[in-house]
Design a protein around this ligand. Sequence first.
Ligand code: MN3
Length: 206
Amino acid sequence: MSAFDLPELPYSYDALAPYMSAETLEYHHDKHHNAYVVNGNKILEGLDHMGDTLEEIVLNAHKQGQQGLFNNAGQHWNHTHFWNWMKPNGGGARPGNLEAAIKDSFGSFETFREQFLKAGATQFGSGWCWLVMNAEGKLEVTKTANADNPLTHGQTALLGCDVWEHSYYIDYRNARPKYLEAFVDNLVNWEYVAELLEKGPLKAAA
Ligand code: MN3
């Protein structure tokens, strides 16, 4: 991989309103995500080949303690998925395979929802909350700080929510729990989550 590219949003800037405003998406995608891409590319230029895929670069940066590269590559990976984890008129019913897996691991969707909201609300400072598939193939809820993500924990990310203040402060001010509820109930693209579940464990040879 020679350089990171900023992907386009899979919908228009105003498509997620009122749950996530055009102003939030303009800043979050055009400024924040773009900065991770630009800064990551600058760091990559000064290093030997770090990998062929973004996943390999994230994992190699983590292993080699390249913190600057890890922060930018990790956030590039996180945000590239984050845009796809949302859609206009999101939330609602889950595809059958996903619903069955959630019931199998959590007992009910409500239990998963509670755990996910709690993980996001209790992540101290900046970070992410996740629905992951662990090494045993079970689903679980986790949280990570800053740019960290399930890749470095040997888990497959199925869903992630950005709880950095830049993701919600324009629309929700300090009410992170309200943002998390809107994310799960009105924004999540469950079809994309089901696709990732179908793909199964990430086989990153890093
Ligand atoms: Mn962000």
